[in-house]
Design a protein around this ligand. Structure first.
Ligand SMILES: Nc1ncnc2c1ncn2[C@@H]1O[C@H](COP(=O)(O)OP(=O)(O)OP(=O)(O)O)[C@@H](O)[C@H]1O
Ligand SMILES: O=P(O)(O)OC[C@@]1(O)O[C@H](CO)[C@@H](O)[C@@H]1O
Length: 303
């Protein structure tokens, strides 16, 4: 079973505006409220692609209820630990440019954290755990490392998609996949990634630190997959960018879904890229029709 972990889930409140004026009164023309947080997005895209998963994390208050009910209505399993304060609302403004304001999120107690650690301790070598997104301020920064060490002992596959300081301590545990975008890859090495050649060079350096697979996503420039001794490059299809929120999470979900369905590593990467682009071309996450359509358009070359 695939488990996704979202320590700080959200209601993503997407507001569409013709134009955004900083410091002024803005009125949106359309709004959408969707469950968010990187692990939850991975679970929702896995579901779109017909792959079962269980979403773990913390949820509280009316926003927590919204998130749980939404997933239940989509028939996605979840086992959230109940917290006292409300889950955050992340505002996504879609105007001339995309602007995001992510909330801080609820406090998590030691007891609530222990319940989650017990859930993680119960996973086995048949399971995969996706650790994705930021860590709430009340949770120790070493949490992903602790969770990943528990998984390593039990043979559970780890996938991690998070910022530099959370990824770095987990690399030596040889996670199955990490997926930085090209900016995040640059941050890890204190450089700016300016070309595909740079991304290949630093992607290889990152893989050398332990992960089995590295996907470097590069927005409209597509993505790279480093696996074994091979480097694959996927083109991104051309289309109208509607909202990139969740595009990277969709890449992770598509890749995992492909492997779960028994696709080759190359076709799993193609499915990941198709899911990422299908989400970028949607308000909210991708749907199956868009993913299947883009799947046929994506070219993969071996470098
Ligand atoms: N403008 C775009 N056109 C086509 N495909 C896109 C575009 N933006 C994103 N994608 C697709 O989504 C994938 C992931 O995008 P990106 O590199 O922006 O990830 P990310 O920064 O982790 O995303 P986010 O944090 O917004 O979820 C890309 O590899 C590509 O397949
Ligand atoms: O604050 P974090 O945890 O870094 O990111 C949270 C978030 O921006 O990431 C998802 C898109 O990847 C959204 O659904 C959500 O609002």
């Amino acid at each position: 079973m695939i488990y996704t972990l979202t320590l700080n889930p959200s209601v993503d409140y997407i507001m569409e505006l013709d134009h955004f004026t900083q410091g002024g009164l803005n009125r949106s023309v359309k709004e959408n409220a969707l469950p968010g947080g990187k692990g939850i997005n991975v679970s929702r895209v896995l579901h779109v692609l017909d792959v079962k998963s269980t979403a773990l994390g913390f949820a509280g208050g009316f926003t927590g209820e919204f998130i749980k009910r939404f997933l239940q209505d989509e028939q996605i399993e979840s086992e959230f630990v109940e917290v006292d304060e409300v889950s955050r609302i992340n505002v996504k403004v879609k105007a001339d440019e995309e602007t995001e304001i992510n909330g801080n999120g609820p406090s998590i107690t030691k007891e609530q954290l222990d319940i989650l650690l017990n859930q993680i301790s119960a996973l086995s070598e048949k399971d995969t755990l996706v650790l994705a997104g930021s860590i709430p301020a009340s949770v120790p920064e070493s949490f992903y490392q602790e969770a990943a060490s528990l998984c390593e002992k039990r043979g559970t596959r780890i996938i991690i998609d998070a910022e530099k300081k959370l990824i770095e301590p987990v690399l030596s545990l040889k996670p199955f996949l990490i997926k930085p975008n090209h900016h995040e890859l640059g941050e890890i090495f204190g450089v700016e990634i300016k070309s595909i050649e740079d991304a290949v060079h630093y992607g290889k350096k990152l893989k050398g630190k332990g992960p089995v697979n590295v996907i470097v996503s590069m927005a409209e420039k597509g993505a790279l997959l480093l696996t074994g001794e091979d480097v694959y490059q996927a083109s991104a299809p051309v289309g109208e960018l509607k909202s990139s929120v969740g595009a990277g999470d969709s890449t992770v979900a598509g890749f995992l879904a492909g492997l779960s369905k028994g696709y080759s590593i190359e076709d799993s990467f193609r499915l990941g890229t198709a899911a990422g682009s299908a989400t970028a071309f949607s308000i909210g996450l991708c749907d199956e029709v868009k993913v299947n359509d883009l799947f046929k358009q994506i070219e993969i070359s071996k470098r």
